[in-house]
Structure formats: structure tokens, C-alpha cells
Design a protein. Structure first.
Length: 389
């Protein structure tokens, strides 16, 4: 539960933009959270995919503490070692060429869009700036990334949006083939997270990549939620047999601290030049040190992501709870199609000591820390099956 005093403070001073659950967390360890009253909660949400290495991992805490005690911030007017090391590491893991560091997924996608449009403008001039995204996609909550998002439910109150975006149905190759000549890029989530945890078909994605090569459209992949080992490889695109021109990332990269960015391929690495894009807090040394520690930790569990995902599926299929209509996803990004309102199940799970998320109209979403122990996994699955009965 949340104390009356804390709830009163929120009501008095915090904008009411979230439908918060009535619980207050005060600490965490591993994949277990502890409430204000000392109650334990197994975490199958990881702060919406952010806490990829769980809570209070000693290697992460050591790295963050050491960097905070030496250099917290100087801005991108200067060089710092954590940012350089992290950029090199990400390029090695992804096969991409260069990195721009930002602070969030929406900001990462904003930069991705700017890079795509400048590439086309530099090469073709005016009139070739449209970005095509998919119906049911989600790319952020800024005015521009909302325009890129292919869900009408988010297109309220904030008009006019940034122009130059069109949405086509996932899987409909003809809708892409018949686009007019003003397209500069196609932007995909390989698993539509907020849209309901919906993986794209591999053959369709490869056909899209072929269209992009043919038309010199940039193939852009939003890996804000799917990236950094969440799906069982460092990036989901590595399971689809494609090589994107630009890839965004965020959420799990720094294990709980705000960090995001985008990576460029050979065609796009020199598009953004001094003065064309910037952010004050990008490549913050403490966040980059946290990210380096996070990647070190995840290297030890990456090969186990698929097995843990299999344990979740096997447990649910064995119990076959009556309110579970289907299981979908990739790696430890799992969507459970449920009968009834997903938030009701999320509330019921929380009441029993399990934290889960929702997505789309019908899904309970599971994004546990990638370091979750089998004991925590088993305990959480027991509660989940009870909730779905």
C-alpha cells in the first residue's frame, strides 16, 4: 500500500498524468521489490524494461558510485572516457558504425528521424522527407514521435503534430510498395511493445528491407524496448537477418539510469555534423558507467534469456489458466492475451505480490529483469497462474 501522507503529497504537488497503483516501493534486490510496509513483490516489469539487471546489483552499484565520486557531468563540449568506451562497445555488439547518446527513447527516435531526413535532404534536396511507420506502433510522446506513432488513441489534444508521417498496416507489403516518391525512411518496431507485444513476421521484415534498398529509403529500427538483450540477442534485428541504417535504443541500456540514443550504419554515420543535433545530458559519465556495467552483467545472462522465456511459456501452458487466450512475444518480452480488462489482472497480481504491465487492448505484458533468478521466476509464475485462473 501507499501511505496517506505520500499519496497526499503526490495529489498536492505532482501532475495527475499517471493512473498510479496504490503502492509505494522503497527498495529492491535482485528481481524483488519491497513496499513501504515491508511487503515483497516479485518484479515482472523491471520499470517498463529499464531495470534489466534488477535492483542493487553490486557491480552496477560499484560502477555508478565510483563514477559519481569522480566526474558526474561536463557536457559534450569535451571528451570523457565512459562515453567513448560505451560507444565502442555498442558498435561492436551491434555491427553499427557510430553512436549518438541521448536521454530517453523518445529523444532517441527524434534524433533518428532528424538523421533520416537530413540524409535524404543532403542527397535529394527538398520534397523527400516522409517517414512511414506501422499501424499500432509506438515511438514516443513528444509532438514528433507521437506523429510517428501509429495509434489514434495517442493522437488527441495536441494538434497540430509534426507533418511528414504515414502509417501502414503491419504485414501489408503492398501498402509500402505503392507509397509516393516523397519517402525517405521506414521506421519499424520489430516487436510492437505498447501496441500489445506483437512480433513482426520475419519474411515481411526482410521484404521491407529489400524495398528500402531498392528505393534508397533508410531502414530504421526502433529498439527502445527490444534492444539490449531483451529478446535474447543484443538487438532484435539480429534475429531478423537485416542490417538497419539507423537503430534507436534506450530503456535497459543503463540498468535504471536515463540513457538512450541511436546508432548509424555506413550510409548515415556522417550525416549529422557539428551544430545539427545536440543534447546537454547526452553521454553523461555516470549513466555511461552504469551502461558499461550493465553490458558486462548482461553478457553473463544473455544466453539464458531464451531458456527463461521458455520456462514462462511452459509453466503457463502446463497450467493452462482459463483466462489466458494466447502467448506471444520474443525472448523476455512477453505478451499474454487475456479475457477481460488487462489492468484488472495487473491490479490482482499486485494485490498478491507480483508486478506486471499491460499493453494494447488485451495484453498483460511481462518484462522481468534479465537477471531474474529461477526461484523468483517460479514464485512469480505461481502468482500469475493464480491471477489468470
Amino acid at each position: 500500500m501507499v501511505s496517506t501522507n505520500l499519496k497526499s503529497q503526490y495529489d498536492a504537488y505532482v501532475m495527475p498524468t499517471y493512473g498510479r497503483f496504490d503502492v509505494s516501493f522503497v527498495r529492491g534486490e535482485g528481481a524483488t521489490l519491497y513496499g513501504e510496509d515491508g511487503r515483497e513483490y516479485i518484479d515482472f516489469a523491471s520499470g517498463i524494461g529499464v531495470n534489466s539487471v534488477g535492483y542493487a546489483h553490486p557491480d552496477w552499484v560499484k560502477a555508478v558510485s565510483a563514477q559519481a565520486g569522480t566526474l558526474a557531468h561536463v557536457s559534450n563540449l569535451y571528451h570523457t572516457l565512459p562515453g567513448a568506451k560505451l560507444a565502442e562497445r555498442l558498435c561492436a555488439l551491434s555491427g553499427m558504425e557510430k553512436v549518438f547518446f541521448a536521454n530517453s527513447g523518445a529523444e532517441a527516435n527524434e534524433g533518428l528521424i532528424k538523421c533520416a531526413r537530413k540524409y535524404s535532404h543532403d542527397k535529394y534536396g527538398e520534397g523527400r522527407a516522409a517517414v512511414v511507420t506501422l499501424v499500432n506502433s509506438f515511438h514516443g510522446r513528444t509532438v514528433t514521435t507521437l506523429a510517428a506513432t501509429g495509434q489514434e488513441s495517442f493522437h488527441q489534444h495536441f494538434m497540430p503534430f509534426t507533418g511528414g508521417f504515414r502509417h501502414v498496416p503491419a504485414g501489408d507489403l503492398e501498402a509500402l510498395q505503392t507509397q509516393p516518391g516523397d519517402v525517405c525512411a521506414v521506421l519499424l518496431e520489430l516487436v510492437q511493445g505498447e501496441g500489445g507485444v506483437l512480433p513482426l513476421d520475419k519474411e515481411y521484415v526482410q521484404s521491407v528491407a529489400g524495398l528500402c534498398r531498392k528505393n534508397d529509403w533508410l531502414l530504421c529500427v526502433d529498439e527502445v524496448q527490444t534492444g539490449i538483450a531483451r529478446t535474447g540477442t543484443w538487438f532484435a534485428f539480429q534475429q531478423y537477418g537485416i542490417k538497419p541504417d539507423i537503430v534507436s535504443f534506450a530503456k535497459g541500456i543503463a540498468g535504471g539510469l536515463p540513457l538512450g540514443g541511436f546508432m548509424t550504419g555506413e550510409k548515415t554515420s556522417d550525416v549529422l555534423t557539428p551544430g545539427t543535433h545536440a543534447t546537454t545530458f547526452g553521454a553523461n559519465p555516470v549513466c555511461c558507467a552504469a551502461a558499461l556495467a550493465t553490458l558486462d552483467i548482461l553478457e553473463g545472462v544473455l544466453s539464458d534469456v531464451g531458456r527463461k522465456a521458455g520456462l514462462i511459456r511452459a509453466a503457463l501452458e502446463e497450467k493452462n489458466p482459463e483466462n489466458l487466450a494466447g502467448i506471444r512475444g520474443l525472448g523476455l518480452m512477453i505478451g499474454l492475451s487475456v479475457k477481460g480488462a488487462p489492468r484488472d489482472y495487473a491490479q490482482s497480481a499486485l494485490d498478491k505480490g507480483l508486478v506486471v504491465l499491460t499493453a494494447g487492448k488485451d495484453a498483460v505484458r511481462l518484462l522481468p529483469p534479465l537477471t531474474i533468478s529461477e526461484k523468483e521466476l517460479e514464485k512469480g509464475l505461481k502468482i500469475l497462474c493464480e491471477v489468470l485462473l
